[in-house]
Design a protein around this ligand. Structure first.
Ligand SMILES: [Zn+2]
Length: 283
């Protein structure tokens, strides 16, 4: 009976870790500099969603100028991602115009920063099924919504990626405690790996006078060695590589066709599967 309950295969993050944390902050505002400092101080990684036609726009929460934005993010380990060229409701403009919003945003960020930019956060959480269908053709592989799950689950649909919680939410503190005290490896069932996905706008810490909220969380989560710190894109790429694994019909062999090393737990043992490796599980 006990063995049967351990036949399930579980995704483990790099180095066999059971937990991961990622941050997603929008709009490219001046307060991003302070947030970046905190993330760097604690060795955490985040994704910053930037518009490309609103630089220096002060009435929209004090946005950085083009040069400030470039200086802040160049050479950083953090991800920069799309948020539309002009921060408009994509569901309130014609589809071709929405496509142009994304294309112009992507071309700008890629050319300015010399990177490949394939992630996105929907401005105002506005999107339609039509837009979602178009995103893969524009090279966008994931897009974040603002529909908090208040859970630590990995997304089933990366083009409607739901975060755990906004840092302003009354549930944030309790969820953080729950995440930090959880250890899936100690569970008999429900051994799924956990992702804490925090999102928001850095200017909110200025408005609310509570930078301690993010600093306390960053400090606590970085003190936990069992937590993988990753950008949104790194989570996407890793989970996609895991989901691309091929198994023999009896489930006893696995093949990793991806270019990433992937970790998997079966019957209480964690396996490391190298790119192009076929591995037989222990009985
Ligand atoms: Zn925004």
């Amino acid at each position: 009976m006990f063995m049967q309950m351990c036949e399930e295969k579980y995704l483990r993050f790099p180095e066999g870790k059971c937990k991961a944390v990622t941050f997603s902050y929008d709009d490219g505002v001046k307060a991003d500099a302070r947030l970046l400092e905190i993330l760097n101080k604690y060795g955490l990684k985040g994704t910053f969603n930037l518009n490309s036609l609103l630089f220096g726009c002060e009435w929209r929460h004090n946005r950085m100028s083009e040069e400030q934005t470039y200086e802040l993010f160049k050479g950083q380990p953090h991800e920069i991602a799309l948020h539309g060229a002009r921060h408009v409701f994509l569901d309130k403009i014609p589809l071709p115009e929405a496509v142009n919003e994304i294309v112009q945003n992507r071309l700008y960020l890629e050319n300015k920063f010399g990177r490949i930019v394939r992630g996105m956060a929907y401005a105002y959480n506005a999107y339609t099924e039509e837009i979602i269908k178009v995103l893969p053709a524009l090279g966008v592989v994931y897009a974040r919504t603002t529909d908090d799950t208040h859970a630590f689950t990995l997304p089933s649909d990366f083009l409607k990626w739901r975060p755990t919680v906004h840092h302003r939410s009354p549930e944030f503190t309790e969820l953080a405690k729950q995440f930090l005290s959880s250890n899936p490896e100690n569970q008999l069932k429900h051994r799924e790996s956990l992702l804490f996905y925090l999102w928001g706008h850095s200017y909110e810490f200025d408005d609310d006078g509570n930078w301690n909220v993010i600093e306390d969380f960053a400090k606590a989560v970085s003190a936990d060695d069992g937590v993988w710190r990753a950008t949104n894109m790194e989570i996407y790429e890793y989970v996609t590589a895991y989901r691309s694994l091929s198994f023999s019909l009896d489930g006893e062999k696995v093949y990793n066709p991806s270019a990433l090393t992937v970790w998997l737990e079966l019957r209480g043992k964690t396996y490391k599967i190298e790119p192009a490796q076929t591995l037989q599980f222990d009985k």
